[in-house]
Design a protein around this ligand. Structure first.
Ligand code: DQA
Length: 150
């Protein structure tokens, strides 16, 4: 069984009520259900959210220690957290996939959102597709998993 950590940064606990015209009207528990339904056999989904940078970094350390692939929406930390970038680099340097995701397309928004300090160490980036960004990321992660023993 492979556990995929789906980690969400600050303010994403407010999904559903926060700027629904940008982020949609569904909350994190709806995301949990959709990812759970889409998970291939042998893959367990663990969706978490925190507003705390240290906690998010700790979860990336946990991903390394437990060899768990990561789908990461760093939210506002995307744009300035070098601590988060360094922790994300540990994940990919350990040979684990880490997909950076965004609900919105940050490049179509304010200038400060155009820079990601995380993208340079991520395996790949998917942005602009709402919850589908996460579902596409799950597909990309699943394609990179070692085959299940027969
Ligand atoms: C976001 C984009 C970020 O710029 C923003 O700070 C967020 C959400 C997204 O998913 O579109 O909180 O990561």
């Amino acid at each position: 069984m492979t556990r995929v950590l789906v980690l969400n940064g600050p303010n994403l606990g407010r999904l559903g009520s926060r700027e629904p015209e940008v982020y949609g009207d569904q909350d994190l528990s709806a995301l949990r259900v959709q990812l759970g339904e889409a998970a291939p056999e042998g893959v367990e989904i663990d969706v978490r959210q925190t507003d705390d940078e240290g906690e998010l970094i700790g979860w990336l350390h946990e991903a390394v220690d437990t060899a768990s692939p990561v789908i990461l929406n760093p939210a506002a930390f995307t744009h300035y957290s070098y601590g988060l970038r360094d922790a994300a680099a540990m994940v990919t340097k350990a040979g684990l996939p880490l997909v950076e995701v965004h609900l919105s397309n940050p490049h179509a928004r304010e200038e400060f959102r155009h820079r990601s300090v995380v993208s340079g160490v991520a395996t790949g980036v998917i942005a602009g597709f709402g919850f589908d960004s996460y579902l596409l990321a799950l597909d990309a992660v699943a394609r990179r998993l070692p085959p299940e023993p027969a």
